[in-house]
Design a protein around this ligand. Structure first.
Ligand SMILES: Nc1ncnc2c1ncn2[C@@H]1O[C@H](COP(=O)(O)OP(=O)(O)OP(=O)(O)O)[C@@H](O)[C@H]1O
Ligand SMILES: [Mg+2]
Length: 313
């Protein structure tokens, strides 16, 4: 299938819609940057942000680096700064400061840089209702392209491609408010990605969905990942973290863990301090351990749990 994130730069004016510009902090991640590879798509170091009137920083010097094609999960307790980070990465807020704040090569500390980054970083929020603006699905998917003044032919082709990609072709004339939650979120996602992106930031995209809708959205995200799009996936669902290339945990606006997924969940003390859970299989394994049947390494999926139980007799 044709990649969603083609390298063509659409003509026209910047859009104000789902486009957003992330910044990357340059901690080496060990991922993509091998021989001649591109710079990280997100390169942020010491990123600070404070809401007007607030007495403390929402982000107090945050570092984050994301390589192209990397899938990074972001977790943290309520109020730890995940959504603030998502908005900053999307170029939707102005940082209070940073040593470095670059998204797709654009400096997020400048107005022009944020504007440019907004084209290349798409942000999908928790509530699809807030992101659907048009009278029908098709127009919603086209919205960002219209803002960018794409030529009608090219726009039609791109919209058709997005509708097909997200299983929305049969719903193209439907009014968005009549859709299921999963269909709404897929429509919003198709709209964000209709504009060619290099990075997709998802802020708890399944939090308001029922299990069926959640499955639909996760499947769509998995396909994007196979496609090589860089994804920053904010979630409170630990089962959604398990397959990530890396996980970043926030506490009070700073990164307290950045590394591989097993490394986070093996530090149960940290996980508990952060108010996070373990993936369901991990919680079961801990209960088994308390009953005198420890499993090493800690299984994070039900398949791994079943395998570990088989192996341990
Ligand atoms: N519009 C706002 N005005 C003032 N303070 C805000 C605003 N939005 C968030 N904050 C504060 O900034 C901090 C970070 O909030 P943020 O929404 O980024 O956290 P979060 O990790 O996304 O939380 P949640 O899990 O509840 O979505 C919190 O202390 C929060 O109270
Ligand atoms: Mg949030």
């Amino acid at each position: 299938m044709k990649p969603l994130h083609d390298s063509t730069t659409p003509p026209g004016t910047p859009d104000d819609e789902g486009a957003t510009g992330p910044r990357t902090a340059g901690a080496a991640s060990g991922a993509a940057s091998s021989a001649g590879a591109a710079a990280p798509v997100i390169d942020v170091r010491g990123l600070r942000f404070r809401y007007p009137g607030a007495e403390t920083d929402a982000l107090g010097g945050l570092d984050l680096s994301v390589e192209s094609a990397e899938f990074v999960a972001v977790v943290g307790a309520n109020g730890s700064g995940k959504s603030t980070l998502a908005r900053l990465l999307g170029g939707l807020e102005t940082p209070a400061g940073a040593m470095r704040a670059v998204a797709c090569g654009h400096d997020l500390l400048t107005d022009d840089g944020r504007m440019a980054a907004r084209r290349e970083v798409g942000v999908l929020f928790q509530n699809p209702e807030n992101q659907l603006v048009a009278e029908c699905v098709e127009d919603d998917v086209a919205f960002g392209l219209e803002n960018l003044a794409w030529a009608p032919e090219r726009m039609r082709a791109r919209v058709d491609e997005m509708l097909a990609r997200f299983g929305l072709t049969g719903l193209r004339d439907r009014e968005p408010h009549l859709l299921s939650g999963g269909q709404k979120q897929r429509t919003a996602l198709a709209g964000v990605l209709a504009v060619p992106r290099r990075v997709l930031v998802l802020d708890e995209p399944t939090a308001m969905l029922d299990p069926a809708g959640r499955g639909e959205v996760l499947e769509a995200v998995a396909a994007l990942r196979r496609d090589g799009l860089a994804v920053v996936f904010v979630t409170q669902e630990m089962d959604e973290v398990v397959g990530a290339d890396r996980v970043v945990a926030l506490e009070r606006g700073a990164v307290v863990y950045a590394g591989d997924v097993p490394g986070l969940f093996e530090d149960v003390g940290l996980v508990r301090r952060l108010g996070l859970g373990l993936p369901a299989a991990g919680e079961l394994a801990l209960e088994l351990a308390a009953l005198g049947r420890p499993l090493e390494p800690l299984p994070l999926t039900l398949d791994a749990l079943v395998a570990a139980l088989g192996a341990s007799g």
